[in-house]
Design a protein around this ligand. Structure first.
Ligand SMILES: [Mn+2]
Length: 495
């Protein structure tokens, strides 16, 4: 993949305020500097783009079209796989049909697995199976050929380097390629274009060691509003179900936000609203949570944002028209009377998502940013609520260098003063030196940029799939983020 954009003009360097009132700097004004992010964006994806990937097409043929029961069954299957029920289960699923046809020498898949396990234990290599397969082919024994082909597949699957989870942190395999995918936000067309353009499914099916790392924010701000969230969730779940080892789903702030809401106590929620002067008009019970409607939407929205103050323990509230937090509503529109149940089940799932992935060549992938107080990647294994909150919410300071060499500064992004931090190059640099890292890949904002240590992928809720993903090699040694993909250097040159 390469980014063929004209090099953008050099940015306007912002002067730091003369009397910098640390630790509450003014928020960056990204929206007022469109020249920095002047990439060509197709006017309409659906019209401008001709899909070519049959695999992506087939993935989306059912996405968002399942009944409630079908969607929840898919979710349960994925939960089972993610709970560590391992490769054997997914192989059994994969070969369920073929197993029925297997006969004499290797007559059940379980027997194949047992034989392969022995070979793995005895450190036999792939040549053993290739030799046996050669003999069977020479002998023309179709049953044996079929069984050995499956055995070879099983052997490869059991001996291949796989990503592994350590608490909330995923360790990527030491070789292969990774594609980091930024916020999808309920835009199935954007996800489809990414899968189409990268040929990811075809490549995984052909045996390429390719890992898709989704950086979170699958939901909210959907397009179409009534089915986009369901379609994206079903597509990523089907991907995870079919290619459990190749698909990594990280948590974003939108997932955690809804989880926090679904765990909130209604009386506590109302108290938070009262404190902030927002009047609750009505409340509707849904599974594991509530949809609150307030009289004055603006005051309600403000109250909602302020209610996020307490990391890990705060309350979060969603109003009837509370875009960009409209996932409960979109589930209601899509599954009607089952919408609340679907919402509740997805909340259970979101709670289990890891928050970061790390590669052997020093790339750290997460939704938003590094956290104040983090000393090593081990702090992501079982993160404190504060670290987890910041990983999902923090932003890079838009000039990258905070005044006076500061590493972190409190942010008041969206009025959430007190818990979100801006981080500077100095912060990343210091953390990377301790942690042995080279590049941070994150998304979370409407900007696409590469600085020396940071690659930020724009959110697809602005219909920009072509710059919302980044492919890189997991083995190649890199010095910094600019080495992740040669095409990115062009973008990097302006800063
Ligand atoms: Mn986000």
């Amino acid at each position: 993949m390469s980014f063929n954009f004209p090099p953008p003009p050099p940015p306007k360097q912002k002067e730091p305020p003369k009397e910098f009132n640390f630790p509450t700097p003014p928020p960056p004004k990204q929206k007022e500097e469109p020249k920095q992010f002047n990439f060509p964006v197709p006017e309409s994806n659906e019209i401008a783009y001709r899909y070519t990937s049959k695999e992506a097409e087939s993935l989306f043929s059912r996405a968002g079209k399942r009944t409630f029961e079908e969607a929840m069954e898919l979710l349960s299957n994925v939960e089972r796989i993610m709970a560590g029920e391992d490769i054997i289960a997914s192989l059994q699923e994969k070969y369920a049909d073929k197993e029925k046809k297997m006969k004499p020498d290797l007559n059940t898949l379980n027997e194949v697995i047992r034989v392969v396990e022995k070979k793995v234990a005895n450190k036999k290599d792939e040549d053993y199976f290739n030799e046996e397969l050669g003999k069977a082919e020479a002998g023309g024994n179709e049953d044996k050929i079929r069984g050995l082909k499956i055995a070879l597949d099983v052997f490869r699957a059991m001996t291949a380097p796989r990503p592994w989870g350590e608490g909330s942190l995923i360790h990527l395999p030491p070789e292969g390629k990774a594609i980091a995918i930024g916020d999808i936000h309920g835009h199935p067309d954007c996800l489809r274009k990414i899968l189409d353009e990268s040929k990811a499914i075809e490549r995984i099916k052909s045996g390429e060691k390719l890992f898709l790392v989704f950086l979170g924010d699958y939901i909210d701000r959907a397009k179409p509003a009534d089915s986009g969230d369901a379609a994206v969730l079903e597509a990523i779940l089907e991907l995870k179900h079919r290619f459990a080892d190749n698909v990594i789903l990280l948590m974003g702030n939108h997932e955690t936000m809804h989880v926090k809401f679904s765990a909130a106590n209604l009386e506590e929620v109302k108290k938070e609203f009262d404190k902030r002067g927002a009047t609750v008009e009505s409340e509707q019970r849904i599974t594991n949570g509530w949809i609150i409607r307030w009289k004055d939407r603006e005051t309600g929205e403000r109250a909602m944002r302020l209610a996020l103050e307490k990391p890990g323990g705060g309350v979060d509230v969603f109003g009837e028209s509370s875009s960009p937090h409209d996932f409960p509503e979109s589930m209601g529109k899509h599954f009607q009377d089952k919408g609340g149940d679907a919402y509740g089940r997805y909340m259970q799932f979101f709670k289990t998502l890891p928050i970061a992935a790390v590669s052997h060549n020093g790339v750290l992938l997460l939704h938003a940013g590094i956290a104040k107080g983090m000393e090593s990647v081990k702090d992501l294994v079982n993160p404190t609520p504060e670290v987890e909150f910041q990983v999902l919410w923090n932003d890079p300071w838009d000039c990258w260098h905070l005044p006076n060499g500061a590493k972190f500064a409190l942010s008041d992004r969206d009025g959430r003063r007190g818990t979100i931090f801006y981080f500077s190059e100095a912060a990343v640099s210091e953390f990377f030196a301790k942690a042995g890292l080279k590049a941070l890949v994150r998304s979370h904002q409407q900007q696409n940029l590469v600085w020396n240590l940071l690659a930020s992928l724009t959110s697809t809720d602005y219909d920009t799939p072509n710059i919302a993903y980044l492919e890189f090699d997991l083995k190649k040694e890199i010095a910094d983020a600019k080495d992740l993909d040669p095409g990115l250097k062009e973008i990097a040159s302006w800063h």
